[in-house]
Design a binder for this molecule. Structure first.
Ligand SMILES: Nc1ncnc2c1ncn2[C@@H]1O[C@H](COP(=O)(O)OP(=O)(O)OP(=O)(O)O)[C@@H](O)[C@H]1O
Length: 371
């Protein structure tokens, strides 16, 4: 799968842009604050209909304008696709896929599959558990409609249950109504997360061995707040018991204290917890292995090669890791944003398309003379 072209109108600092991409490597180069990340943000929008850096769609509209428009075309193994997004300051955003209106974001799932890797991702090991849950959710929701549905239903139910717990008087029958919903959706989430992490563990440990020339063994462990059970029935039964056990503390604390909203993911390098004891370099290598494992997972699940956006990440990696990244990704379409082109990348990818950005305009599609 690869993105063939992009069209923008009044998107962030772009007034108007039409651009074709290379099916392998696209290097988006320019000084700071010129619109490099804005460009890949527009590309990313076609995968889940949302930005990776803001939850306010109106932020995407060019200052002083009322509407923004994004069109992304992609070629896939079986059928090509086109995603168009219109954002208005006052109305709901509208999305079309191949000319048909998308009513629910889940209808976009499994169409254009994009993985974004930014410097923030390099901190995933040492950051708060929320970041690791977000990683799991973003990845799974993008390719598994069932996960997307369970997660959004779970989040809605959790909100309603928490609102109920904040009331002066908590109606027991209402609470147990929410509990039954939590049990169904929460159990599904735990089971799908467990399967996902087991698979990602397998891929990432192989990749990690490759990056470290076999000197480090990475293993991932899912750390669910409510233990994983082998069967769905056992899972729901356990979930029910845990909710009953925590009912008194939930009422006292006026919030839901148990469930997948408290899950975490642990990283071990050579058996040692990387969050507590890993060096910064080791933590970064874990993050890199995890990201690359995502692409393997996508390939296995969908048969498609996911598209990778590397936002400003090359300069954050040492030569060894950069090399590994560049060498292993020759089958995926890459978008690399950078202020300076690393000549090493052009050695591997002499055909890479260089897209130079200046103040929301594409100024030069040729290779600079010095490279
Ligand atoms: N809605 C908007 N309308 C107009 N301009 C915007 C809008 N949102 C952001 N910008 C501008 O876009 C620019 C930032 O673009 P972007 O984040 O893509 O930078 P970049 O080229 O990736 O820079 P860096 O190398 O520093 O990461 C800023 O000048 C900002 O003011």
């Amino acid at each position: 799968m690869y993105i063939t072209d992009l069209e923008l109108k009044n998107f962030r600092n772009y007034e108007e842009l039409t651009i074709q991409f290379d099916k392998n490597v696209n290097i988006i180069v320019g000084r700071n604050a010129q619109g490099k990340t804005n460009l890949i943000e527009a590309v990313f929008l076609s995968s889940i209909g949302r930005s990776f850096r803001t939850s306010h769609d109106s932020d995407l509209i060019r200052f002083g304008q009322e509407d923004a428009f994004v069109r992304v075309r992609a070629e896939k193994e079986v059928i090509d696709t086109r995603v168009e997004i219109k954002i208005n300051r006052h109305h709901k955003k509208s999305i079309q896929k191949d000319g048909n209106t998308v009513h629910r974001t889940s209808q976009l799932i499994d169409n254009i599959i994009i993985v974004i890797f930014s410097p923030d991702d390099l901190k995933i090991v040492k950051e708060e558990p929320e970041k690791r849950r977000k990683f799991i959710d973003r990845e799974l929701a993008q390719i598994k409609p069932a996960y997307y549905d369970s997660l959004s239903n779970y989040k809605k139910t959790l909100q309603q249950r928490n609102a109920c717990l904040k009331e002066e008087y908590v109606e027991p029958s209402l609470l147990s109504l929410w509990d039954e919903q939590m049990i169904i959706y929460g159990s599904d989430i735990i089971r799908m997360r467990k399967e996902f992490i087991d698979r990602i563990n397998e891929y990432s440990s192989r990749i990690h061995r490759g990056i470290t020339n076999g000197s480090e063994e990475l293993s991932l462990r899912y750390d669910p707040n409510i233990c994983f059970c082998e069967t769905k029935e056992e899972q729901q039964e356990l979930y029910r018991k845990e909710l009953m056990k925590s009912a008194a503390s939930d009422l006292r604390m006026r919030t839901t204290t148990r469930g997948p909203q408290k899950d975490d993911l642990q990283f071990f390098v050579n058996g040692v917890n990387a969050r507590s004891f890993g060096s910064q370099g080791q933590q970064r290598t874990c993050a890199l292995s995890l990201k690359l494992a995502e692409l393997d997972f996508i390939r296995e699940e969908t048969g498609e090669k996911g598209i990778l956006l590397l936002d400003d990440v090359m300069s954050e990696l040492d030569e060894n890791r950069r090399d590994y990244l560049v060498r292993t990704l020759h089958e995926n379409q890459l978008f690399i944003t950078t202020t300076d082109i690393d000549p090493g990348i052009l050695e591997y990818y002499p055909q890479a398309r260089i897209i130079e950005i200046e103040n929301g305009k594409c100024v030069n599609l040729e290779k600079p003379a010095n490279l």
